[in-house]
Design a protein around this ligand. Structure first.
Ligand SMILES: *[C@@H]1O[C@H](CO)[C@@H](O)[C@H](O)[C@H]1NC(C)=O
Ligand SMILES: *[C@@H]1O[C@H](CO)[C@@H](O)[C@H](O)[C@H]1NC(C)=O
Ligand SMILES: *[C@@H]1O[C@H](CO)[C@@H](O)[C@H](O)[C@H]1NC(C)=O
Ligand SMILES: [Zn+2]
Length: 272
């Protein structure tokens, strides 16, 4: 599969609206301030996204939604019993490694508008395709009151490219190097948001570390940044992926604060 970057992507001026967006090619990424003036939205003010000027209507869901993400989780919620995830992840995938302005990210190479050849998962009779992943620091989801140092979001879209499901893997430092992160090209720093590297990754290495989501929480949620669209199924692995200490320092070195304030649990149907 060839990496095709349509010209329209290069002309992209705005709308790289962050979490869970891998529809646009990263080459179009501009400096954070150009794309998303601080007055528009910032993680530091995530409690107030629904009321921001200049586009309060677009962001209203951030304030009024009933299934907003992230939410606090804990073992007192139990774990999912009724949703099996079937993985069809090929051993190697080409794509573009970059910094999404808040941390490391990767977009799977695909022909414009064609997602069905990407790695996929199937749950509840629905198949969705890996568009890419990005890392937040600190983690968006706390578990039992504990917050991991970072969280990786593997974003899946339907055949039309609409975001449908996110696999969330919490990241913390451990004793040994992690094989998934070892295959990344030298870390891209936070000030290198124009830099992209075409590379090949095996995502099974990350999934092996969390036993292919053998245990997880699931709930009905949203994008974790404006416009906070709902209709996203979240799967949060119970297992934590442990990186080497230097690997975590590299991950954090490429990150800036990117966790949304936790939302009240409402109509999220946790584990249902
Ligand atoms: C990745 O790219 C390389 C070099 O272009 C190519 O040989 C290989 O077949 C590609 N792999 C996949 C899984 O598309
Ligand atoms: C999946 O499809 C099977 C067969 O059509 C059906 O019995 C089952 O209820 C479906 N499951 C869900 C979660 O939709
Ligand atoms: C990133 O910032 C560091 C510290 O300011 C600087 O030493 C380094 O050269 C910068 N890298 C790039 C690619 O601008
Ligand atoms: Zn995210």
């Amino acid at each position: 599969m060839k990496l095709i970057i349509p010209a329209s992507f290069l002309a992209l001026a705005a709308g790289v609206s962050a979490c869970a967006r891998h529809n646009e090619a990263p080459l179009a990424m501009k400096k954070r301030q150009e794309i998303k003036p601080m007055a528009e939205w910032a993680y530091e003010a995530s409690f107030n996204w629904g009321r921001l000027d200049p586009s309060p209507q677009d962001y209203a869901l951030c304030q009024t939604g009933t299934q907003q993400s992230p939410i606090p989780l804990s073992l007192s919620n139990g774990l999912s019993q009724n949703h099996l995830i079937d993985f069809d992840y090929s051993p190697s995938v080409n794509g573009t490694f970059f910094n999404w302005d808040y941390g490391l990210a990767f977009t799977v190479a695909h022909e414009e508008g064609v997602w069905t050849e990407n790695p996929s998962i199937t749950y509840d009779n629905e198949t969705v395709y890996l568009a890419g992943w990005h890392i937040h620091a600190p983690a968006d989801h706390s578990v039992g009151g504990d917050r991991s140092k970072a969280e990786m979001h593997l974003v899946h879209v339907d055949a039309e490219g609409h975001e449908k499901a996110v696999l969330a893997i919490r990241l913390d430092p451990g004793n040994s190097e992690d094989a998934f992160f070892s295959q990344l090209p030298a870390a891209i720093g936070f000030n290198e948001t124009e830099k992209t590297v075409v590379t090949t990754l095996d995502h099974n290495l990350a999934l092996e570390s969390v036993f292919y989501f053998n245990e997880f929480w699931t709930y009905k949620g949203s994008l974790t940044s404006p416009p906070c669209h709902e209709g996203i199924r979240w799967f949060v692995a119970r297992q934590i992926l442990f990186t080497g200490v230097q690997q975590m320092r590299d991950i954090l070195g490429a990150s800036t604060y990117s966790a949304r304030a936790e939302q009240e649990v409402w109509l999220h149907s946790i584990n249902e």
